[in-house]
Design a protein around this ligand. Structure first.
Ligand SMILES: Cc1cc2nc3c(=O)[nH]c(=O)nc-3n(C[C@H](O)[C@H](O)[C@H](O)COP(=O)(O)OP(=O)(O)OC[C@H]3O[C@@H](n4cnc5c(N)ncnc54)[C@H](O)[C@@H]3O)c2cc1C
Length: 360
């Protein structure tokens, strides 16, 4: 059986980025991904401008821009009752794009393969043991061995569950998502619309399709779905993708040759559209730490630096998540904020700048 330096469970943005940076550092990297790509995902499909720095490091910026996309020029916050606050997004090279996850994730995973990582799709990790390296068992009966293990398998991480690290989920809300026909004259905007039962995030992803995300408490999700069915003229039996939980306690990002990255480590409020950035950035940070340890550099110092850098990545931004979460848990209070001009444009601008105006 081949011994890999690092096995990465999950080939989403976190896993692909980690695999690509590990391969760039000359490590023998393995990705185990449950699905066959390309595949869609419950996501708003919006790429925070901070992502460009990581794409550039992977020599991917041009190829990302060449994917079918929508260039987003502004965010519209719409309160219950219809009042709007409009905030411009950055323009130029580091703008915000919306790209379907089937396309983006496929490109990232392919890039990891091009750089030398071994990619195994349709391979579901089912069991783990750790003595003298990690032994990883998969549903097809194929086993793998690696010195380091990375959990990049999302918010309901199997790796975290198998290692008894997964916190109890807070099933306080549920999300539905679909790509629908883009209404005429929708414009290059992201809409965050607060509704009595929850909120809707709307964003074009190309010239023909609109990404629609609906977030509500379980008891309200049917009412929100009925609103979207009418608003976008979809068939009542239309199939929506679904995911829960939208919030859970974070897990410390490292322990005993195990690294947790992306949603597996920390789930952020979808409202802020930052999850993909945290995923690819934490993937890069984990790869840097793993490369140092495998090369024989000071293990404890490398781990400390990784934990510090992960903390730095979120610093000053978690309050936005808490604020956004409080707002969407209570759409009426959030609507009051949007309605209470002239204060709210300043708050909304601050929020959007914090989210979209980051330099790396
Ligand atoms: C409603 C909603 C809207 C959002 N909108 C945005 C947005 O607009 N912009 C943004 O940046 N973020 C958004 N996010 C967040 C974003 O989707 C996530 O943060 C991002 O997908 C995290 O990437 P990841 O690689 O950590 O995990 P994932 O993308 O979840 O990838 C995990 C991968 O692991 C695989 N996997 C799982 N279990 C196993 C297993 N046992 N064995 C092998 N493979 C496995 C899965 O198949 C999957 O491919 C949104 C989230 C939600 C819920």
């Amino acid at each position: 059986m081949d011994l890999f330096d690092v096995a990465i469970v999950g080939g989403g943005p976190a896993g692909s980025s980690c695999a690509a940076f590990c391969a760039l550092a000359g490590l023998r990297a393995l990705v185990l991904e449950r699905e066959k790509f390309p595949r869609e995902k419950v996501c708003g499909d919006c790429l925070n401008p901070s992502c460009w720095a990581v794409f550039t490091r992977l020599d991917l910026a041009k190829r990302v821009r060449a994917l079918p996309h929508a260039k987003l020029e502004r965010v519209e916050f719409i309160a219950i009752g219809g009042r709007k606050v409009i905030v411009d997004l950055p323009s130029g090279e580091v703008c915000e794009l919306a790209i379907k996850r089937s396309l983006l994730d496929d490109l990232l995973l392919k890039r990891a393969g091009e750089l030398g990582a071994q990619i195994n799709e349709e391979t579901t990790v089912t069991a783990l043991s750790n003595s003298n390296g990690w032994k990883i068992e998969t549903a097809g009966g194929k086993n793998f061995v690696a010195q380091m293990l990375v959990a990049a398998d999302g918010r309901n991480s199997t790796v975290a569950r198998l290692c008894n690290l997964l916190p109890r989920p807070e099933r306080e809300r549920i999300a539905l998502q679909s790509h629908l026909r883009l209404p005429g004259n929708f414009g290059n905007r992201v809409v965050l619309q607060l509704l009595p039962h929850g909120y809707a995030g709307l964003s074009p992803v190309n010239d023909e399709e609109l990404n629609v995300c609906l977030v509500a408490k379980p008891r309200n999700i049917s009412a929100l779905k009925a609103w979207a069915t009418k608003r976008f003229d979809v068939l009542p039996d239309h199939t929506w993708r679904t995911i829960t939980p939208l919030t859970r306690a974070p897990i410390p990002p490292e322990r005993e040759n195990l690294f947790l990255i992306g949603d597996a480590a920390r789930v952020v409020e979808p409202f802020t559209g930052e999850g993909i950035y945290y995923a690819i950035c934490s993937g890069k940070l984990a790869a840097e730490a793993i490369a140092k340890i495998i090369r024989g550099e000071d293990r404890q110092a490398s781990l400390r630096e990784f934990v510090r850098a992960c903390g730095e990545m979120y610093r000053g931004r978690l309050w936005i998540n808490r604020l956004a979460r409080a707002g969407v848990l209570s759409p009426r209070i959030a609507s009051f904020l949007v309605r209470s001009a002239p204060l709210s444009p300043a708050i909304m601008r601050l929020l959007t700048e914090k989210i979209a105006g980051r330099d790396d």
